[in-house]
Structures are given as C-alpha cells and as structure tokens.
Design a protein around this ligand. Structure first.
Ligand code: HEC
Ligand code: HEC
Ligand code: HEC
Ligand code: HEC
Ligand code: HEC
Length: 397
C-alpha cells in the first residue's frame, strides 16, 4: 500500500515535469526521425552507435521481461516510467504509450530506443527532481558540440556546451525508478563529482565517448570527433576499471590472503541499475595438480527490500536498501580470506577474479528471459563479464 501510494504521488510529480515538454506538432517519426535517416550522411557515427548498447535499449529479453514485470506491478499507473530513459521520445508523446509498449513486446521494435535525435534534440537538463528529465526542443535544429559546423541540406546545427559536459548524460544516468522513495541512498553514480578524475576536468564523454580523428559527416574534412560505441561493459575501457593486488601470508597450517581491490572508476561500481547489477570478486586456491581446494566470493552491489520486507532484485519495487557494498568512486577495498594451507604440494596458485555477475532473480523471471531470447540459456545476460584477474604462485618450503 505504502509503495503504491508513493508510486502514485511520484507519478504525479513525474506528469508535472513532463508537462514542460509540450507535445509538439507533427508525428512521432517527423519529430524523432529514425537513426537510419542520419546514416546517409553520418555513416561512421551510425555504425558506431549501432554497435553500442544505446541502440539496443528496448531490445533485450531482460528489458522486455522486466518491463512486463513492472507493468504488472504498477497496475497500469505511470506506464511510461521505464521508457522515459530507454525510449525517451515518450516524454513528448505520452499518449502513444500503448504503441511503445507493443513495440517493445514485439521483440523486434521498429522504433529506436535511444536514437540519434533522442540525444541531439535535448536542449537542457532539469535536475530539480531526483530523476532528471530531458528537456527537448523539437525542430529542424540539431544540437551538437561544434561551433564551426559545416552547413548541410538536411538540418540546421547549433552548438551547445551541454554536449561536452556530464550534465547531458545525467538525464538518464543519475537515478532510476525507486529514487523518489529511496532518495540519495539509491543514486547510481555516488559522490562522483568529488572524484580525482572529475576534479582534473574529465567528463563522462572523456571516457565513454573518447575523442578520435575522423569524418564527422561523409566526405567532410577530418576533425576531432567522438566515439559513439559508448564503451562500458563492452569495449576496452573495462581494462581501466580496477586493479587487483594479492598478498599471501603462509603461517603453518593457516594461510591468509589479502586482496586489494582498487576501483579506478570515478563513480560507483557497479552502477546499481537494473537491481540485479553486481560485481563479484572470486578467490580460488588451486593446490596439488592445480585442483581447486578453496573458493570464496565477495559481492559488490545493493540489496533491496520490497514493502513486505522481502529481498527483491527489482529496483522499482524497492522501498528500502538492506545492504550496500558498492565500490564507491575510486575506492580501495581490502578483502581478507583465511583457509587451510594446501597439503602435499610444493606450491599453490592464488587466483583473484573480478567480474560483472550474470542476471539474478526469481526462477520464473529467469525462465521467462530464457524463453524470450532467441539464444535461450546462451543469452548474454546469463554470462558473467570479466573485468580484471590476478594469478600468483606461492612456493611452499
Ligand atoms: C535519453 C537517456 C540517455 C542519455 C541522455 C544518455 N544515456 Fe547512456 N544509456 C541509456 C540507457 C537506457 C542505457 C542502457 C542501454 C541498454 O539497454 O543496454 C545506456 C547505456 C549507456 C552505457 C553502457 C553501459 C554499460 O553497461 O556498458 C554507457 C557507457 C552510457 N550509456 C554512457 C552515456 C554517456 C557518456 C552519456 C552522455 C554523453 C549518456 N550515456 C547519455 C540512456 C541514456
Ligand atoms: C532514469 C533513467 C532510467 C529509467 C527510468 C529506467 N532505466 Fe533501465 N537503464 C537505464 C540506464 C542508464 C541503463 C544502463 C545502466 C548501466 O549499464 O549502468 C539501464 C539498464 C537497464 C537494463 C539492462 C540493460 C538491458 O537493456 O537489458 C534493464 C533490464 C533495465 N534498465 C530495465 C528497466 C526497467 C524495467 C525500468 C522501469 C521500471 C527502467 N529500466 C527504468 C536508465 C533507466
Ligand atoms: C546518448 C546520446 C547520444 C546519442 C544516442 C548520439 N549522440 Fe551524437 N553526440 C553526443 C554527444 C554528447 C556528442 C559530443 C561529444 C563530445 O564532443 O565530447 C555527440 C557528437 C556528435 C557529432 C559530432 C562529432 C562526431 O563524432 O562526428 C555528430 C555528427 C553526432 N553526434 C551525430 C550523431 C548521430 C548521427 C547519432 C545516431 C547514429 C548520434 N549522434 C547519437 C551524444 C549522442
Ligand atoms: C544531408 C546530409 C545530412 C543528414 C541527412 C544529416 N546530417 Fe547531420 N550534419 C551534416 C553535415 C555536413 C554536418 C557538419 C559536419 C561538420 O561540421 O563536420 C552535420 C552536423 C551534425 C551535427 C553536429 C552539429 C554541431 O553543431 O555540433 C549533429 C549533432 C548532427 N549532424 C546530427 C544529425 C542527426 C541526428 C541526423 C539525423 C536525424 C543528421 N545529422 C542527418 C549532414 C547531414
Ligand atoms: C575517468 C574515466 C571515467 C569517467 C569520467 C566516467 N566513467 Fe563511467 N566508467 C568508467 C570505467 C573504467 C567503467 C568500467 C568499465 C566497465 O568495466 O564497464 C565505467 C562504467 C560505466 C558504466 C557501466 C557500469 C555498470 O555497472 O554497468 C556506466 C553506465 C557509466 N560508466 C556511466 C558514466 C557516466 C554517466 C559518467 C559521467 C557522470 C561516467 N561514467 C564517467 C570510467 C569513467
């Protein structure tokens, strides 16, 4: 009851904000042209974007099934909640929510999620609520980073400082669903503004849209451009996520291993949405013939409780954070493990392995994802993603 009450109140706040985004004249397709339309002149950008998670923001079976879970839970209230970031044109076309939902449910949506225009029509960011809303200015003018843009026949251009700033990304990366209820304790990024990286002038774009030299539009002069593959869980950026150091102390029959996990990320790791997002540290000890003799885990993430006080992996059901072990911006965490010293061997291996965990949740939820995926149990969401590894061989006297 409490959750629904709050959800309802929040729905009102949300509608209030959405009203500033007045429904424009013209059809959905006219205001937010499909990214395919930009491909003709921006082939490089298009291909990068197509390979990015942003082009798949309403496509994954995990998203489809969790959207259904949300719609069932919310009982038809604030149906647009999930789409306001995953297909943000809904913010201007709330009356077409049924079409959007059907598109997602089809499994092969013809509309874009976070397409080109969904970013390049953003004029400013409203940070007055916990969950900011993109402020669109629909029209023929596309906003971007260049002052000295070349004119073209398809659209007007205008430079906005916003496009070089983290501010633009905060529209969708600052806080998610249960934010209004949980407040600051559910922010995604943590105290990122105080990180060393940010203080030294790095924006989200510095790391997630790295600068390169290339054509900004087909046939134009080469200049500084921004990579649109949005590296994160996929891409090379991952190698800069964390450092692992291992210290081993053998004391007779007992051995103590201390793993130093140093996050190099200037925001929380993981960012805690969807609710099952976890980073896991696995320690494995391999003794005689490299057989595993000991293993233990540490988990970094947030554990939520619903109105009944039960644990849930669905952040939209959360009314409380039970546990928070997220690695804070640039945090160094020491983890100690003790175990019996391996026997009958001249040395043993200590393996520390850091990865993003695969999806977790109630069995029916996982079964539905499997059934919805063309890859079944091989869907990428069921595979952990490696971040860093360290293996040390310890000789025994
Ligand atoms: C309109 C909303 C929106 C805006 C604005 C936005 N994003 Fe995102 N972003 C998303 C959504 C939704 C996803 C998840 C896509 C998916 O379903 O995997 C995402 C995913 C990502 C990922 C991939 C994360 C991963 O797990 O690998 C990165 C990196 C990212 N965004 C960076 C940025 C940066 C940098 C900016 C600012 C320049 C930005 N985003 C602006 C909505 C947005
Ligand atoms: C405020 C913006 C925002 C809202 C609202 C939002 N999401 Fe997301 N979602 C994101 C971003 C950003 C990511 C990428 C997160 C990352 O990798 O750190 C994401 C990632 C996901 C993913 C994993 C990627 C994928 O596509 O499989 C799922 C599943 C998901 N969201 C489901 C939902 C559901 C269900 C709702 C509604 C209850 C929702 N989201 C509401 C911004 C949002
Ligand atoms: C998540 C938001 C987002 C999406 C989606 C997005 N862009 Fe961008 N784009 C940006 C930002 C931010 C910059 C400026 C980055 C910088 O200069 O640091 C930019 C820069 C550009 C530029 C100038 C620099 C360059 O790399 O050529 C062009 C052109 C452009 N985008 C076109 C597109 C097209 C076409 C698409 C779709 C295929 C697209 N963008 C999708 C955020 C986005
Ligand atoms: C007829 C060709 C053409 C089409 C179609 C086209 N553009 Fe462009 N666009 C250009 C040219 C040329 C430039 C200038 C590039 C430069 O200055 O390096 C440009 C510049 C841009 C910029 C940078 C503006 C700035 O001031 O920073 C963005 C962003 C952009 N386009 C987005 C898009 C999006 C999104 C679409 C699809 C809705 C699109 N464009 C369709 C030709 C086109
Ligand atoms: C100094 C570089 C740097 C800056 C600045 C930075 N990030 Fe990251 N970010 C990283 C690294 C490294 C990772 C981890 C890569 C990986 O393994 O996914 C990451 C991961 C992410 C992910 C995926 C994390 C997950 O748990 O799914 C998202 C989303 C993201 N960053 C968004 C942002 C946003 C939004 C900003 C700006 C407020 C930002 N980042 C600023 C380096 C940076």
């Amino acid at each position: 009851m409490l959750a629904l009450g709050l959800l309802a109140a929040w729905g009102l706040v949300h509608l209030g904000l959405a009203q500033d985004n007045v429904k424009p004249k013209g059809s959905l397709e006219k205001v937010f042209p499909s990214s395919n339309k930009c491909k003709r002149c921006h082939e490089r950008v298009f291909e990068e974007w197509e390979a990015s998670p942003l082009s798949r923001s309403i496509h994954s079976p995990a998203f489809r099934v969790s959207l259904e879970e949300y719609l069932a839970f919310s009982g038809g209230k604030d149906k647009a909640l999930c789409l306001r970031c995953h297909a943000p044109h809904i913010n201007l076309f709330q009356d077409q929510i049924q079409t959007f939902v059907e598109q997602v449910q089809s499994g092969d949506p013809a509309i874009d999620g976070v397409g080109c225009a969904q970013c390049h029509l953003i004029k400013k960011v409203d940070r007055t609520s916990y969950m900011p809303v993109p402020k669109y200015e629909p029209g023929r003018t596309l906003f971007g980073p260049y002052k000295d843009f070349v004119q073209n026949k398809a659209h007007e251009s205008m430079d906005l400082d916003l496009y070089r700033k983290s501010e633009l990304c905060l529209n969708c990366h600052l806080a998610v669903p249960a934010a209004a209820i949980l407040g600051k304790s559910n922010d995604l990024l943590g105290e990122w503004e105080n990180s060393k990286a940010v203080k030294s002038g790095r924006e989200c774009q510095t790391c997630h849209m790295p600068e390169q030299v290339g054509e900004s539009a087909n046939g134009e002069n080469k200049r500084k451009v921004a990579n649109h593959t949005f590296p994160g869980r996929i891409g090379k950026l991952r190698q800069e996520a964390a450092r692992l150091d291992v210290d081993t102390e053998v004391k007779g029959n007992q051995t103590k291993v201390t793993v130093k996990v140093q996050s190099l990320v200037p925001h929380n790791l993981p960012t805690t949405h969807p609710g099952w997002a976890r980073v896991v540290l696995d320690l494995t000890i391999k003794g005689k013939n490299l057989k595993k003799v000991f293993g233990e885990q540490r988990v970094y993430g947030r554990v939520y409780a619903d109105t009944k006080g039960e644990k849930t992996v669905f952040d939209f059901k959360a009314v409380k954070v039970l546990e928070d072990t997220v690695l804070k911006p640039e945090e160094t965490r020491l983890e100690t493990f003790t175990f019996p010293t391996p026997k009958d061997t001249r040395s043993f291996d200590v393996e520390a392995f850091l990865s993003y965990a695969s999806v977790a949740g109630p069995t029916p939820f996982l079964q539905r994802i499997e059934a919805e995926s063309s890859k079944g149990s091989q869907d990428p969401v069921f595979q952990p993603i490696p971040i860093a590894q360290r293996v040390v061989n310890i000789p025994l006297q």
